[in-house]
Design a protein around this ligand. Sequence first.
Ligand code: GLC
Length: 582
Amino acid sequence: MCKRLAFDEGTDSVSPMTSVLPSTEWWRSAVIYQIYPRSFADSNGDGMGDLLGIRDRLTALTELGVDAVWLSPFNTSPQNDAGYDVADYCDVDPLFGTLNDFDSMTSRAHELGLRVIVDLVPNHSSSEHRWFQEALAAPPGSPERDRYIFRDGLGENGELPPNNWDSVFGGRAWTRTENPNGSAGQWYLHLFDSTQPDFDWDNPWVRRQFEDVLRFWLDRGVDGFRVDVAHGMIKADGLPDWTPSSAGGSMGGAGTAAGADVSEAAAADARAAARAPFWAQEGVHEIYREWRKVLDSYDGERILAAEAWVDPLIDMAKWVRPDEMHQAFNFPYLETPWDAAQLRTVIDASINAFSEVEAPSTWVLSNHDVVRHASRLALTAENPQGHGIGPESAGLPIPELGLRRARAASALMLALPGSAYIYQGEELGLPEVIALPDDARQDPTWFRTNGERYGRDGCRVPIPWEADSPAYGFGPSDAAWLPQPADWAPLARDAQRGVEGSTLTMYTLALALRRAHDLGDGELEWLDAGAETVLALRNGDVLVYANTGASAVVLPAGEVLLSSGPLGDAELPADTTVWLRG
Ligand code: GLC
């Protein structure tokens, strides 16, 4: 149980915060910046980013021009999955600071006009959570065990796991427990690492605990939650065996494509039937309806944003029906290659699907789970989400090509109506760090697949602030929890700030223009691009041309507002996006 309204704890405690920022459905068009606390800014020199580090660097984000920040988890955690294994939902891990530091960071953000969204991890806790430790200590069938998904094993002596499910991180999704007398006991389910047991969301006790958690952070003034694995909390009755088709990623995504001659309802049923029994089950929606009521009982507009890997978009849109969440991350957009025709298809599908339920579309190109788009967009071999890239990967990108495409892709994304997410460091053009030494890697994916998948560390390296400081100004010492590449000085924020043509300058200008021209609340109209490789659109009084092809095309006449790269003489070069005044 969370101790609510805990504002009287310390001598320097602050008053409870209400959301003080103007409420005008801000989330429909907001640009939200993802802070990965471990790697944003370190205030005490231990090599790990922290909340005071974030607080003291927030002005860089107002200068960039974002509306809100989303923080990946900073709760108490053994850090087996970089904090997505929570051992206390209502406290801050000492690695990142204290609750008072959180309050101080939030006040500062609000003072600067930035909203604060925190990560909530409700599908599973850490195995070190008191709730799970109590469950282990209690006998099978006890109320404590019912908080999680414990089952007897199959086989003569229960030696086989209860079903055939695999963990997203590799290996099987079940671990066997040991009884107090040393004999082998029941098994528990973990869709992720074995230190991340899944809750049983059919149990009302679990639901009550999480309502308390929501209120705890809402009382502290947060403006919303990014809900981790928001498509995984309910499992199909009976936990049936399931064999994945090659179409879906390990986090869910594409089910079987339904034939063209069936009705939409029948096609949706077919997709639901093909889905894993642990992804996108109908029952999750009831949970979010309850949560929405809790959020709506607070002042301001507090939001829920779903991390739900659900394909196609018309199914994902269920997460953002008017009485459920506000936003869902648009992973189909993130997964679309740099190709005009495919981009147009996914942009149309997004706007159609989300507007059906009166929700804004979101747009995202990078986050802490995927290969940074400055590298991903130039990969020449298949790379499933979560596998990551390393020195031995096939199809490694040409860095210059990746950056050129990333800038063009970002310039396109920031011109689209709806809400856009930026992952820390993409505004600096950071690539994926490919050459991390094996012994530095920390992602459980790396360990659970015996190094077969590199995992996600390459997008999580502490970001560079100052070209000439130790750890590039990440903190006051030269420590960084993942080693930073030796060639990042030119990418540091201070080396790009105010410099014409830098990636940071392009992002800053794009965000200023986006605001000035109201693009987030605008409407998209496709234009005749004149070439198959070019995407042409109008949003209000801004015309956007994105050349995804390998050769230059004629640049339409008009005043250039923004360009993702140098323009030729009346030419729009390959892998370049331009905004013109319409
Ligand atoms: C989400 C997070 C990811 C984490 C996983 C398990 O996908 O974004 O980083 O590993 O959930 O919590």
